[in-house]
Design a protein around this ligand. Structure first.
Ligand code: PMT
Length: 219
C-alpha cells in the first residue's frame, strides 16, 4: 500500500520524563512533556507501523489505532516495560528523559519540615538505552542526547557508549530546542561520527526527518 509504507514494521518508543519518588507526595523529575516522542510515535503509526509507546508522566493525550500506549512513572518501570516489549521490534527510539538517579530509599511517609538542611542519598537508575544496545538481535536503535556544552563531542561519546545506530542531539543552548517547546533543532550523528544539522522545525517535522532517516538506513 502506497500510503502505508511501514505496514508490518514494529517499533518501540520511550517518551516523557520519569518521576522518582522521594516520599508519597514528592518526586525528582525533569521538564520533558513527551511531545517529541509522541510526534515520532504518530509519524510511524501514520505510515502504518505498529507502535508501542512507553511514556512517563505527562498530560499529553493523543491516540492512534496503531499505537499501544503504556504509561509508567519511574525509570525502573520504564526499564521493565521496555524489556517486556522490545523483543522482535524492527526499530526502537529512546526519546524519554530518564532520571539518571533516584532516592535510595523513598520515605514511607511525607517527610516533615524540621532541620534547616536535608540530604537525600541517590542511587543510579538502570540505563535503559544502553541495556538494549548490548542485546543480541536488537532493533535499529535510535537514541537522543540532550546536551548543554561540547554538544557534538558528548553526544558522539554517548552514541558509542550506548551502541546506537543513530543519535539525535538537541542542545539546551539552541533557541526553540529541547523540553516543552513545540519545536526542536537537531543534529543526527551516526555510528561513524558523521553528523547532519537540521534547522528549527516543528516537532512533527523533526519526527518526520527522524523516521525518514530510519527508513533510509534500514531499507
Ligand atoms: O518531551 P519533550 O518536552 O518534547 O522534550 C524532548 C526531549 C528534550 C526530552 C528529547 O528531545 C530528548 O532530548 N530526550 C533525551 C533526553 C535525555 O535525557 O537525554 P540524555 O542525554 O540524558 O540520555 C541519553 C539517551 O539515553 C536518551 O536516549 C535517553 O532516553 C536514554 N537514557 C538515559 C538514561 C537512562 N537511565 N536510560 C535511558 O534510556
Amino acid at each position: 500500500l502506497k500510503e502505508q509504507p511501514l505496514r508490518c514494521k514494529t517499533c518501540l518508543i520511550t517518551a516523557g520524563p520519569t518521576h522518582e519518588a522521594i516520599d508519597p507526595v514528592r518526586y525528582i523529575g525533569n521538564h520533558s512533556t513527551g511531545k517529541m516522542g509522541m510526534a515520532i510515535a504518530m509519524d510511524l503509526a501514520n505510515r502504518g507501523a505498529e507502535v508501542t509507546l512507553i511514556i512517563g508522566p505527562t498530560s499529553l493525550t493523543g491516540e492512534h489505532d496503531l499505537i499501544q500506549r503504556i504509561d509508567v512513572t519511574s525509570a525502573q518501570e520504564m526499564y521493565d516495560a521496555v524489556h517486556k516489549h522490545i523483543s522482535g521490534k524492527d526499530y526502537a527510539v529512546f526519546s524519554a528523559a530518564v532520571a539518571d538517579y533516584k532516592p535510595a530509599i523513598p520515605a514511607g511517609q511525607k517527610i516533615k519540615k524540621s532541620s534547616d538542611t536535608l540530604t537525600l542519598e541517590l542511587v543510579k537508575n538502570p540505563d535503559i538505552l544502553a541495556s538494549v544496545g548490548v542485546m543480541e538481535n536488537r532493533p535499529f536503535l535510535v537514541g537522543f542526547a540532550l546536551e548543554t556544552e561540547n554538544e557534538i563531542e558528548h553526544a558522539f561519546a554517548k552514541a558509542k557508549k550506548k551502541n546506537t545506530d543513530l543519535l539525535i542531539l538537541n542542545s539546551m543552548n539552541d533557541e526553540g530546542a529541547g523540553f516543552g517547546t513545540d519545536t526542536n533543532k537537531i543534529t543526527m550523528i551516526d555510528k561513524n561520527g558523521n553528523s547532519e544539522k537540521f534547522p528549527v522545525k516543528s516537532k512533527q517535522l523533526v519526527a518526520k526527518d527522524i523516521v525518514d532517516e530510519i527508513v533510509k538506513r534500514t531499507s
